[in-house]
Design a protein around this ligand. Sequence first.
Ligand code: CA
Length: 235
Amino acid sequence: MTAPANPLRILVVEDEPALRRFLVPTLAGQGYQVLTAATAAEGLAQARSHNPDLVLLDLGLPDQDGMEVLRQLRAWSRRPIVILSARNQERDKVRALDHGADDYLAKPFGAAELLARLRAALRRAVQTEAGDSVVAGGGLRVDLARRDVSLDGRPVHLTALEYRLLEALVRRHGKVATHAQLLVEVWGPGGAGNTHYLRIYMAMLRRKLEADPARPRHFITEPGVGYRLDLDGPG
Ligand code: CA
């Protein structure tokens, strides 16, 4: 398997150093970018500033219950959260899932099981609202599962932020994505209000993915509201 052009970012919130020493190389070895936090406060701060693609969250943290971290993350993020816990009890598992966790791993677990669960959670997360992971039209093709973007059959390389913006539009293609939705999905809640970021990154996407960036066919501005990805129009 070749490394993806646009690596996924995983945040590990875990206070046990031995477990972090196992998780970090295991995940990095699969091509993931890994961020770590040893407390609930640090985890929430990392999530807000780096908006990771997946969070691995320990329930037993020194400063706050992991369940509270889960609740706060779910207030703004729909990205997958996989719980790690030594408390192998049905009650905790159900509570975490009820609070929006995607999956649950009881310690101890092996690398193969961990990676399989992560791949499954990430795969479920890349489906569009219509249930597809590939959208195409007018020469533009985006495969969310493989993180591949091509224009007229030629691969296009995007920066991490450009890709996230494209992904947020692809998930809702045909529908309007509001400025607030895009800002939070791409930059995290810390980015809300920075509408000028959107204009800058939208211009970059249009330069890379529109035949005539000055007269966009796919990346449509909805004045005062947001943007819409249109793949059905003439391309
Ligand atoms: Ca712990």
